[in-house]
Design a binder for this molecule. Structure first.
Ligand code: NI
Length: 224
């Protein structure tokens, strides 16, 4: 299941682009596993730099105030956002899977249940650069307005198509969810969405009961 949502506002994007322009960029292969390194050809913002940390804060704060993200991801841990750039000679990332476990600086493990990409460049600024995600129902090609995000299963084979004009700037990170199973997480999101619709007509005994069912399922399935 793919979930897309607007994340950053115009002021946050303006601030982000200032930081992206000031940061130090290097070969993205440094952070890829052996197999992914063969497919990866992009540039990455130094993750320990002041710019990456400030950018990460902008993204994390935006995630915290975005109900769609919280409902869809049910986040337990969010890996610090990273930033990449595709264009010129470093313009693509062939089909690959992301590693299942990432390590935080303090050694804490993060299981990559979900991947998230935040598009930072306006689509008209570059040609190509679609995020292609393979699923059981075929391949989905995603290219979103600047500031919009896509959440997709960390289990997916995915690729970034070659950027043939301009530059594509993006943010990416992983989420360990309180609900590990994609099927269970999907059911909870569908129930949550239906409840939001039902509540538009006001609370009733049925909406209260269904809200209870949502929370009881979450209690049964969540690992906090
Ligand atoms: Ni990837």
């Amino acid at each position: 299941m793919l979930v897309t949502f607007p994340l950053l506002d115009a002021e946050e994007l303006r601030c982000a682009h200032g930081l992206l322009a000031a940061g130090h960029w290097s070969d993205g292969r440094a952070s890829a596993g052996a197999q992914a390194a063969l497919a990866k050809n992009n540039e990455q913002l130094a993750p320990q730099g002041d710019e990456a940390r400030a950018l990460g804060q902008i993204v994390l704060q935006a995630l915290d105030r975005t109900p769609r993200f919280l409902a869809a991801a049910l986040p337990k841990r969010v890996f610090p956002p990273h930033f990449n750039r595709y264009g010129g000679q470093a313009n693509t990332y062939g089909p690959h899977v992301d590693g299942a476990i990432r390590f935080l600086e303090n050694g804490t493990r993060v299981r990559t249940d979900l991947s998230c990409t935040v598009f930072l460049s306006p689509p008209q600024d570059y040609e190509g650069g679609e995020l292609a995600i393979q699923g059981t129902d075929g391949e989905r090609s995603v290219k979103l307005p600047a500031g919009h995000a896509v959440l997709y299963p960390g289990t997916s084979v995915h690729a970034v198509r070659p950027v043939t004009r301009g530059h594509r700037l993006a943010c990416f990170f992983w989420i360990e969810s309180m609900v590990r199973s994609h099927e269970q997480r999907k059911l909870l999101l569908e129930l949550d969405d239906a409840l939001v619709d039902l509540r538009m007509a006001g609370e009733t005994p049925a909406t209260v009961a269904l809200t209870g069912t949502y929370h009881n399922l979450l209690r049964m399935w969540a690992d906090t």
